[in-house]
Design a protein around this ligand. Sequence first.
Ligand code: GLU
Length: 408
Amino acid sequence: MIKVRFAPSPTGIPHIGGIRTALYNYLFAKHNNGKFLLRIEDTDRKRFVEGAEESIISSLKWLGLNWDEKITHQSERLSVYKAHTQTLLDKKIAYKKNDAIWIKMPEDKIFAWKDLVGNKKISFEGKDQQDFVALKSDGFPTYHLANVVDDHLMGITHVIRGQEWISSVPKHLYLYESFSWDPPKFAHMPVILGPDKGKLSKRHGAKSTLDYKNEGYLKEAILNYIAILGWNPGGDKEVLTLEEMVKIFDIKDINTSNPKFDLIKLEWMNGIYIRSLSVEELKEKLKDYGINLTGYSVRELNSLVELAKTRIANLSEFEELINPLFNPMKQELESEEKQIRDVLRAKLSTLDNWNEEKILDILRGEAKVRNKKMSVIYKIMIGKERGLPLPQALTIIGKEKTMNLLNE
Ligand code: GLU
């Protein structure tokens, strides 16, 4: 059975790159009816960050990347690593120096494998390799030892991770060989770059995945965007649900070039997902996001959500659009603007047929006579130069609340 793992170290925030690794492992496992395991590589006590594991777990849960079996914590398996180090000492592959156990790398060997990304052979010569620590003097294993021992004991068949680990593979291959174990297959994904082709910065993706949640992105959009950041699903279909991705995911379609993080595209994709929701679904998402949807009539709320749906790129923008209709940000008006306001109040208050068309006629008519742009009408009514299309919005909130907007 295919078994893969996501093996983050709790040394920092789970950013887009890490979550992409988790996602590709998940897709590969599910596509092949295999298992997706979660292993916390918490053996580097110096780099341990409080709360990092919790945010890794909440990110995976938020995105629905549920793992099989129970989480493995390497820090709870010190005796396992110690026993395996003893095997290597007995075989004279390891030696002791300064209270640490080191692995002697052989100079005469070639370490080669066929990487599944790009299906290319990668090889390293033993003579270019240096001895490395397997077990530190504090009794904790290094990444290399714990990673190999656990991948073997957990029955991992495929290691899918970032390209930055390629240089560790010779050490790992030597460990597999020394234990007389078969190594798993390796797939190393190109690293995600910033839009300027430099290192991904905080502004672009190198922040916590949960930050995107807090900013009002939908998990469906995040998953979809991350998925196509380095994977080509084929055809011209880019908008895919998790189930659709599982169906077609194949390692051979992972691109060999470095993907560039593109915030504009993520925003576009988020908009697509928001617009694809029904009013009821969007209301649910807004509520989960923490937006207070009480204080409206059902009809009013449904119509406002429907109207806002096509104009928001993320959930956080909803309130910015809706609030000014109920609590306008009062701005100082110039004397002509005050006159316009009074005329609008007079005309709208005597309007019998409260409908979009009639309201539009009045607003547009007044702007025209005064030779003003519609943005001035917005400023007068809602305190902002733009917002939801006023004729529609005012139709929804009704005459009484519209009058409130036009009070002095
Ligand atoms: N703990 C490593 C990391 O933080 C795991 C690398 C691997 O998947 O082997 O990414």
